[in-house]
Ligand binder design. Structure first.
Ligand code: C2E
Ligand code: MG
Ligand code: MG
Length: 338
């Protein structure tokens, strides 16, 4: 009976961090429950309890397990209703226009503006501005990310469609972050291509940013989708490069155009020779693989000069600009060299 409880606890845990260990805990507990409850063991060391004690303890155990199971169900229900509440909040936020896209400029070696990364913000009526790191993990856990991701994509593409009408913005690319469960939706690639066609946007003006966390499962499906997008002309960038724990061998198979070197490597260059060598080697590896190298999180001119000397050809960071509203971005375009 207690094995059922362990299986339930394993299930709750599996909801939080899905993984093979959690899954095998559930399967093993259930299998042991079936085996123990259907077979009788007679150990020579066992001393049978008197009948009156057995009668009493079996009631105690059954009641105790039932109470614990009910608490378990209540906890699961509580968690599910919390998730349902989050989904409700997200949907309301979309409908009430509480989400906003900010745009962070990206520049080339000479500091010329080459594009922007769209970064989402939640302008919460009570909590103020909420950064994506606080709500994207919740949206991913509750399965809301495809819906939110579509909102981001639609808005970013609408902005691109406007940029196309002006000579000062026509050449700019738009980088959009895509979550794994959104990217792996069956019709994701087809939808993106359809939207680009509908808005008459050149596919090369869009760059989808994926992260290493995506390559842990369903790699074949991922490669297929990436190839469809790539052959349509859509750009593909690997975000936060170097922070994941996956094997580098995926770089052989995945058709990326750009690697975005994570901010932590740029920060590391001020911490001595090893940090410098690491930033240099990573950049060189990307260049050898024929990938465009973008350095993220450039905050000072020294960092810019160093990453430039490593061979990076694109840059993004507070040194150039913070993520800014669309109106501010249009103002800023005029200030950049053309
Ligand atoms: P990211 O895609 O790596 O975006 C870069 C993050 O670094 C942004 O944080 C940006 O504001 C910040 N940043 C840029 N330059 C500098 C700098 O020089 N110094 C420092 N300290 N920070 C800098 P933000 O906007 O809070 O976004 C955090 C993460 O949330 C993003 O990391 C991205 O993974 C995710 N995210 C943001 N918007 C979206 C979205 O629309 N969809 C999805 N799926 N994820 C998003
Ligand atoms: Mg990004
Ligand atoms: Mg990044």
């Amino acid at each position: 009976m207690y094995l059922l409880l362990i299986a339930l606890a394993g299930y709750v845990n599996f909801q939080r961090v899905g993984g093979k260990v959690q899954l095998s805990l559930i399967v093993t507990s259930l299998a042991l429950f079936i085996i123990f409850s259907s077979t009788s063991f007679n150990s020579t060391f066992a001393r049978p309890l008197p009948d009156e004690t057995r009668f009493f303890t079996s009631w105690v155990h059954a009641c105790f397990v039932t109470i614990l199971l009910c608490i378990g169900f209540a906890l699961v229900e509580d968690e599910l209703s919390e998730d349902r509440k989050f989904i409700g909040d997200f949907r309301q936020a979309i409908n009430n226009g509480q989400f906003e896209l900010l745009y962070q400029p990206q520049v080339d070696e000479s500091g010329n503006l080459i594009g922007a990364e769209a970064l989402i913000r939640w302008n919460h009526p009570q909590k103020g501005i909420i950064r994506p790191d606080s709500f994207i993990p919740v949206a991913e856990r509750t399965g809301f990310m495809p819906e939110l991701g579509n909102w981001v994509l639609d808005n970013a593409l609408n902005t691109l469609a406007h940029w196309r009408n002006d000579v000062s913005t026509r050449h700019l690319t738009m980088a959009v972050n895509v979550s794994p469960d959104h990217f792996l939706e069956t019709d994701f690639a087809i939808n993106v291509i359809r939207k680009l066609k509908l808005l008459e946007i050149a596919p090369s003006n869009l760059k989808l940013e994926l992260t290493e966390g995506m390559f842990v499962s369903e790699v074949d499906d991922l490669v297929e989708k990436m190839n469809v997008l790539k052959s349509a002309g859509v750009g593909l960038a690997l975000d936060d490069f170097g922070t994941g724990y996956s094997s580098l061998s995926y770089l052989r198979r995945l058709p990326f155009d750009q690697l975005k070197i994570d901010r932590s490597f740029v920060l590391g260059i001020t911490e001595g020779k090893r940090g410098e060598s690491l930033a240099k080697s990573i950049t060189q590896m990307g260049i050898d693989l024929d990938l465009q190298m973008l350095a993220e999180g450039i905050e000072t001119n020294e960092q810019f000069q160093f990453m430039l000397s490593c061979g990076c050809t694109a840059f993004q960071g507070y040194h150039f600009d913070r993520p800014i509203s669309l109106e501010d971005f249009i103002e800023r375009v005029k200030l950049y060299p053309m």
